[in-house]
Ligand binder design. Structure first.
Ligand code: UD1
Ligand code: UDP
Length: 370
């Protein structure tokens, strides 16, 4: 049984579904944590994911309530199907809830993207990561920091496997399809010589950046400043869109803002293929996403991360990522440099080669069959 619930989960599940269903009967559960067309169904369609066998339709709620509802609704499904293993991906509430239901039923859990630690206990994802790892039988790790973190936490080495990165499996598989989208043309970003005009791509959705006006407004001001030099595309996560409307603008103002042509374009989230196309052509990406730090490293695109810490240190040590905290001055300066062609170069980490899902499936089935 594979349990998914939120946008990044779908991208990580996409390579696992064909790999696992080639070797076993697969039951796909969608918890319903994300449910908007643009946050869920569009991803299933574009990523070629089958309709979920079960949709728990939990929707949005406070952390305890959302996690609790998944526990309550998932338990009878697992009791009925009795899978030999449950696979969870990433670090969202659906990840922890899926792992916890399985562990309580003595069904072994595989955690894909185990071992990552930001060491920031105020991040809800950090709690989800550490607890999921603690109750998992298999810990599939994307980068060597994860191996070290799990060793330090006393997790037996024979449960830990460095396998690479399923999110990069998807990136490699879907990049050709992304190149065929008309995203650049539709946004007026195609250069006459072919390729793209310089532009900046932004995503923000961490509570620490978007939930308080004092955090969000200086970031928007800095983005408006950057937009004086190049178009800035800001596809806003629903959480962020709600806050922007609440704090500054109202829907009407957002529309007027875009019409005024300030260069900072507040738009709805993109589908995976369109986003990947834009990400691969951007002069710089500004984000607080986990997955986008990895995708930009795989693509060799400079990434400025508006967080104080990252659970993905390899993207800084080997990749193109720069951690900025909330330093808007450094943000404006760094993006200006990138637009001028002076930027951080990196390399693609070991095993981020498009074959992580195969390695995971091989290990899982070998252990289950022995
Ligand atoms: C969740 C994850 C986060 C991940 C992010 C990826 C947790 C604790 N957080 O954050 O780790 O990086 O997903 O995108 O699991 N909403 C909608 N439509 C939707 C989904 C959400 O309008 O389809 C709005 C609701 O107002 C909701 C808010 O967004 O209350 C937050 O959604 P939630 O799933 O709780 O957290 P995310 O911020 O999406
Ligand atoms: N993404 C997308 N459209 C967008 C923004 C992001 O398809 O408008 C994709 C992105 O390419 C990556 C994933 O969503 O594959 C990252 O999810 P998100 O940033 O929501 O979550 P996180 O990685 O922070 O948990």
């Amino acid at each position: 049984m594979l349990v998914v619930g939120a946008r990044p989960n779908f991208v990580k599940a996409a390579p696992l579904v064909p790999a696992l269903s080639g070797r076993a009967v697969l039951h796909l559960v969608h918890t319903g944590q994300h449910y908007d067309e643009a946050m869920s169904r569009l991803f299933f369609d574009q990523l070629g994911l089958p309709r979920p066998d079960t949709n728990l339709e939990v929707g949005s709620a406070a952390h305890g309530a959302q996690t609790g509802l998944i526990l309550e609704r998932l338990e009878p499904v697992m009791m009925e199907w009795r899978p030999d293993a449950v696979v969870v991906v990433g670090d969202v509430n659906s990840t922890l809830a899926g792992a916890l239901v399985a562990a309580k039923l003595n069904i072994p859990v595989a955690h894909v993207e185990a071992g990552l630690r930001s060491f920031d206990p105020t991040m809800p994802e950090e709690i989800n990561r550490a607890l999921t790892d603690r109750i998992s039988r298999w810990l599939f790790v994307t980068e060597s920091s994860g191996i070290e973190n799990l060793r330090r936490e006393g997790i037996a080495a024979d449960r830990v496997h460095l396998v690479g990165n399923v999110m990069i499996d998807s990136l490699r598989r879907f990049l050709p399809a992304a190149e065929k989208t008309s995203a650049l043309r539709e946004l007026g970003l195609e250069a006459s010589s072919g390729g793209a005009r310089p532009f900046v791509l932004v995503t923000l959705h961490r509570p620490s950046n978007v939930d308080a006006m004092e955090s969000l407004l200086p970031l928007v001001d800095a983005l408006a400043e950057i937009a004086r030099n190049a178009p800035v595309l800001f596809p806003a996560h629903p959480r962020t869109a709600e806050r922007l409307e609440q704090f500054i603008m109202g829907r009407f103002f957002v529309q007027r803002w875009n019409e005024r042509g300030t260069g900072l374009r507040l738009i709805p989230p993109f589908g995976y293929l369109e986003f990947l196309r834009l990400e691969s052509c951007a002069a710089a990406v500004v984000t607080d996403s986990g997955g986008i730090q990895e995708e930009t490293t795989a693509l060799g695109v400079p990434c400025f991360t508006l967080r104080n810490s990252t659970e993905r240190p390899i993207t800084i040590e080997q990749g193109t990522n720069t951690l900025l905290g909330n330093d808007v001055g450094e943000l404006v300066r760094g993006v200006r440099e990138a637009l001028a062609g002076r930027r951080k170069h990196g390399r693609v980490p070991e095993l981020w080669d498009g074959h992580a899902a195969e390695r995971i499936t091989r290990q899982l089935l070998q252990d289950l069959e022995s």
